[in-house]
Design a protein around this ligand. Sequence first.
Ligand code: PEP
Ligand code: MG
Length: 909
Amino acid sequence: MPETTDQQKFVYDFTEGNKDLKDLLGGKGANLAEMTNLGLPVPPGFTITTEACKVYLESGTEPVALRDEVSAHLDALEKQMGKKLGQADDPLLVSVRSGAKFSMPGMMDTVLNIGLSDDSVAGLAAQAGSERFAWDSYRRLIQMFGKTVLGVDGELFEEALDEAKRAKGVTTDVELDAADLQRLVEEFKGIVAKETGRDFPQEPREQMDLAVRAVFDSWNGDRAKLYRRQERIPGDLGTAVNICSMVFGNLGPDSGTGVAFTRDPASGHQGVYGDYLQNAQGEDVVAGIRNTVPLADLERIDKASYDQLMQIMETLETHYKDLCDIEFTIERGKLWMLQTRIGKRTAGAAFRIATQLVDQGLIDEAEALQRVTGGQLAQLMFPRFDDRACGREGSELLGRGIAASPGAAVGKAVFDSYTAVKWSRSGEKVILIRRETNPDDLDGMIASEGILTSRGGKTSHAAVVARGMGKTCVCGAEELEVDTKRRRMTAPGGIVIEEGEVVSIDGSTGKVYLGEVPVVPSPVVEYFEGRMQADAADADELVQAVHRMMSYADGGRRLQVRANADNAEDAARARRFGAQGIGLCRTEHMFLGERREMVERLILADTEAERDEALGALLPLQKADFVELFEAMDGLPVTVRLLDPPLHEFLPDITELSVRVALAEARREPHENELRLLQAVHKLHEQNPMLGLRGVRLGLVIPGLFAMQVRAIAEAAAERATAGGDPRAEIMIPLVGTVQELEIVREEAERVIAEVEQATGTDLGLTLGTMIELPRAALTAGQIAEAAEFFSFGTNDLTQTVWGFSRDDVEASFFTAYLEKGIFGVSPFETIDRDGVGSLVRSAVKAGRATRPDLKLGVCGEHGGDPESVHFFHEVGLDYVSCSPFRIPVARLEAGRAAALGNGGSDSR
Ligand code: PEP
Ligand code: MG
């Protein structure tokens, strides 16, 4: 339980905080405080800390001191505003808004107009000079409070509102007058009483306290938990609560509310981006319910406010040195800032903005690297739609919306989140099509390839959430008529798209197509492939930005990046992508296909002569494999791992073979070989093959196998050296658990290498090392280092053996349940488990280097290409990470980012 001390302060006035206090005040609170201190027009208020929330979540009650502290801050606020909360003749009204450290659309957001009651509604009407406004504010309070604080089904209020409009024969809320709204208030109060068994609270302070508690509770709401899991946000941070005096955007045409970005969050270009809604309150804009006008139109509507806003936006961008997104309200011609934060952006915009800010002299290269992530780079490497195929036969253009979040997504049309989740669970790719989305659609959005909406702008819920998730999104495609009840969409010309029909959406252009549009490689991949030059005059702006960020990363990183590759083609690609060697060449792939038969002969060999013959047949083939690889990687290190998997993987399936033998017996055909093979398969059968006869154990019990592989490596290296090449082979022994295993293999390998060197007159400079992929190896790394010139951490097997998880089974069987229960936020096979597996890596690094200071250290498990894990490997002082060729750019970037952050690295050696 978080400690509470007498001195602990749970409430901060906006004038007391600053932008660096996000842990305590949440993002919203910290930034409101920062803006207040910058002298920007922020309505006064205060923030209840995340610490208060944590106490509440853990103990079930608010900290004892909170009530008095809130009272003191409320008093101060009332004094400043010259009126009391809910005061009958002139009520102070406040908003109560949640605000965690990271913005979380899954949480309760806001309750506005707290303080209004039967008593004060008339006072508000008198002060505002509008009965209509006062009743509208009151009905909004009951509606929001009822839904988010008291848990009443929001549809009930919506239906009552629709009914009121229908009864009056009007279509918009604005056409309802004061009397209509007053009746609606009574009706809403009736709904609350009926649904909750209590009256809508009339006491202003009670309203406020209940709303604060609801914000605390929303931290553990289902949607919030789902969002945290998706975004890997820790579950114990808690949320802050902001209490802010109300300003009104719905006081008439000289009022309004809007959102703005200091740059285009899709392209990164500077300009005036955002939406404005006249005579409205904030929620109307974000929900995308009413149509907004572009922010630029505000210049015409209210030039003074517009000019002031532009100036504030410049101040904020220069101050935060980044793209800011802003919520503002204009109350009768006076501009108020309600929120700012570092704006979410697309992957492409992140790269462009980072380089633009460097060019503007606002940030340096190291800072620029913190503005992008490997995950974003990976997104940019996804394929795009083929322009030539778009709109052609089989993929007609249905319409166009706003390009809200880039990417190319193809899938079956679904019209509700439930179906999206259901279909995607059964392996279908789906596109979620809605009129607009709301937080209830979160799981459907996660399950979909992309999201298409017919309403709402770049700042609508769909757009903001999709961008955050890196999902393709087209929103506001107004020419498409979405009918969720009948599960269909109608495009211009009467084309009807039923649920289940395939559509393709292009989040970079906003175009929507019927059918499947073929995809082409991204320009970023073309650049890495060397088919597009970043310095060409017509080079894509994005490619230029990526190129620059990659050079910043390469210039600063300490970790080398190698590839896991076992053929010349992958090796060549890896090299083009910037690999500095091969960290893992798995040789098992070289024993498949036609060669499987030779492996069978090896396994079946009864005599030394038969075995030598089988190995002799494999030798030239293996050698040729290595020659190709060393040639592709000339001048760079190539770590070749000797055979690792259990031998039965090379033998036919036991059932299939039994059938073959049985059939041959029945037909009285000769089947001696098959029978021997079947016997061998039975003999090699293991209950837990991953813990059985594999890796170094094979080398020790199958005479000649490792010697053949070592000879092939040595002869291939000699051939390359004689041909003028520069082969740099490293021989790696898998699954070592004790130094004795390694010593025996090492002795034999050295003998073979010496023979080859003598025979060819070359000095091959081959090194020999081991994988550290068993807990025992990690625990005895100091001893193992005596016989190894390098370690490569096999974090796949190490994770498997440290956790006791069979990696081929668990992810599909119970990981979803583990993730749902929050046992881990991400699979330990994906991101290194720092505390468990990571701690073994850390101690093995230390012990290994203590024995052999120049021990070379790398990692070749899947984690080598995982952004977060790369940072860990940097911190523990490895020399390189090795990953699949396509992940190399990501690993390079993350290695550069890790170095720029300056955590440990070589210093922690
Ligand atoms: C490992 O275990 O991390 C590794 C790279 O080996 P493999 O995945 O081939 O078992
Ligand atoms: Mg392994």
